[in-house]
Write a protein that binds this ligand. Structure first.
Ligand code: FE2
Length: 411
C-alpha cells in the first residue's frame, strides 16, 4: 500500500476507534457508580465491567502484544476483566462480576483514558496484524454497547422505584407497516460475508445453500398480535411448544414478554410506559417465538432465508440495516433493525470455517453449541455495526436482549 493510502487508512481507523470509545462513555454518562456496579443476573454484566472489559481487550491484544515497553494500567485488571479467554489465563467468576465495588467507576474511566492515550500514540506504527485487531476491538466494543444497554435495562427493571435510564427514541423507531408476504428466492443461493471488508469469522466463508420454496413476512410480529396469542391461551397450550420450551414456560412461570408489567404497561429504558400495540414485540425467547409461529400457522425463517431476503428482496433493506436505533435513532422506522429476529437455525460453523490464530480465535467458534442465530439489528445496535451476513446468537431461553419475531412459511 502506498504511504498516503496507509496514512489515510490509519486516520480513518483512528477516527472510528475514538468515536466508538467516546460513545461508550456517553452511554455511561447517566449512571452513578452504584448503577454501574450491579449485576442483575449471571448472564448480564455490570455497566462498569463492560467499560473495563472492552478496554482490557485493547490493552491485551494490541498494547501488550504489539507495543514494546507498554506498562499496563494495573496488572491485576487482567484477572478481573478477561471475559472467557482461556488462552489469557485465570479470571474472576462471571456470576461475581457484580461484587466489584472497586475499582470505582472513576478508576475505570481513568483506565480507559490510559489505554486510549497509549493507543493513540501507538496507532501510526502498529503492524498490519495489530491494526486488524484494532478493527476487531472496535466491533467488539460495539457489541458490548448493545449489551451495556440491555444489561442496564435488566438492572433498572429490578428496582421497584422503576428508574428511567434516559429518554427513549421516538416511537418512529418502531414504525410497523401492515403484514404482507413476500416470495423468497428458492434454489441454490450464496450466503455469508464476502472475503473483503470487516466481518466476524463466523460469517465466513461465503458458500452455497439450498432454499426450499418459501415466503417471508414483510414485518415483525407486533405487540397487538402477541396480545392475541396470550388471549388465545398461547402460553397454556402445550401442543404449540417445543418440549424444552414447554418445560421452560412451566419452570419459569412465563406468561408474557419479559418486561410487560401488566395488561397495559411495560418497563423500558425510559421507565414504565404504555405498551405500543403497533410496535414489534420484543424481549421474547426463541421458545416463545417458535410457539407463536406455530400458533399463527407459520414458522420461523432459517438464517439463510432471512439473509437472502435482506440482501436481495428489497435494495432499500441493505441501507436500512446500516442505521442504528437507541444509539443512533433510525429515521422513520424500517423493515429491519428495530429488534433482533430469531431464526430456526442453530449457530453452527459454515463449511470450511476456520478460527483465527491465538487468543482471539476464542471470539466466536467455541460458542457453537446450544445457541440459536438471530439476524438483523435492534434499536440498541450501534450505527454501522450490523449487516445482512451478521450472525448474532443466544441460547433459546434468553430474552433480555431486544429480540423479536418475523414469520416465514413454506410456499
Ligand atoms: Fe467481550
Amino acid at each position: 500500500m502506498a504511504r498516503e493510502d496507509s496514512d489515510q487508512a490509519i486516520w480513518s481507523l483512528s477516527e472510528r476507534l475514538f468515536a466508538t470509545r467516546k460513545l461508550t462513555l456517553d452511554l455511561a454518562a447517566p449512571l452513578s457508580d452504584a448503577d454501574a456496579t450491579i449485576q442483575p443476573f449471571p448472564d448480564a454484566s455490570p455497566a462498569k465491567w463492560h467499560l473495563a472489559h472492552v478496554t482490557w481487550f485493547f490493552e491485551s491484544f494490541i498494547l501488550r502484544d504489539h507495543v514494546l515497553g507498554y506498562m499496563p494500567f494495573d496488572e491485576r485488571y487482567a484477572f478481573l476483566f478477561n471475559s472467557y479467554y482461556e488462552g489469557e489465563g485465570e479470571r474472576h467468576a462471571r456470576p461475581k462480576r457484580g461484587m466489584l465495588s472497586r475499582p470505582s467507576l472513576a478508576e475505570v474511566r481513568a483506565y480507559r483514558a490510559h489505554v486510549d492515550e497509549a493507543l493513540e500514540r501507538a496507532l501510526p506504527s502498529l503492524p498490519k496484524a495489530a491494526l486488524e485487531l484494532v478493527e476487531l476491538g472496535i466491533h467488539h466494543e460495539q457489541q458490548h454497547q448493545e449489551l451495556f444497554l440491555t444489561d442496564i435495562l435488566a438492572t433498572l427493571a429490578e428496582n421497584p422505584l422503576e428508574p428511567a435510564y434516559g429518554e427513549l427514541p421516538s416511537a418512529a423507531c418502531f414504525a410497523v407497516k401492515p403484514l404482507a408476504w413476500h416470495r423468497g428466492r428458492d434454489g441454490v443461493v450464496e450466503t455469508g460475508a464476502a472475503a473483503d471488508g470487516f466481518a466476524f469469522d463466523c460469517e465466513r466463508p461465503r458458500h452455497k445453500v439450498y432454499l426450499a420454496p418459501h415466503e417471508n413476512a414483510g414485518q415483525r410480529v407486533t405487540n397487538k398480535e402477541w396480545r392475541e396469542f396470550i388471549d388465545d391461551d398461547g402460553y397454556r397450550t402445550p401442543t404449540l411448544w417445543l418440549s424444552d420450551g414447554w418445560a421452560w414456560v412451566q419452570q419459569e412461570g412465563v406468561s408474557a414478554p419479559l418486561y410487560w408489567l401488566d395488561d397495559e404497561t411495560e418497563f423500558t429504558l425510559g421507565g414504565r410506559r404504555e405498551i405500543d400495540w403497533a410496535a414489534p414485540v420484543t424481549h421474547v425467547s426463541h421458545y416463545e417465538a417458535d410457539a407463536f409461529a406455530r400458533w399463527a400457522g407459520a414458522r420461523l425463517p432459517t438464517e439463510f432465508e432471512w439473509e437472502d431476503f435482506a440482501s436481495s428482496a428489497d435494495p432499500m433493506i441493505g441501507n436500512q440495516l446500516d442505521h442504528g436505533g437507541a444509539v443512533a435513532p433510525r429515521p422513520g422506522g424500517g423493515t429491519f433493525g428495530d429488534v433482533w429476529e430469531w431464526t430456526q437455525s442453530a449457530y453452527t460453523p459454515y463449511p470450511r470455517f476456520a478460527t483465527a490464530e491465538g487468543a482471539v480465535g476464542e471470539y466466536n467458534g467455541k460458542f457453537m453449541s446450544g445457541q440459536i442465530v438471530l439476524k438483523g439489528a435492534s434499536c440498541a445496535t450501534p450505527r454501522g455495526h450490523s449487516r445482512a451476513s451478521y450472525r448474532n446468537f443466544f441460547p433459546p431461553a434468553a430474552r433480555w436482549q431486544f429480540t423479536g419475531v418475523r414469520l416465514a412459511r413454506d410456499a
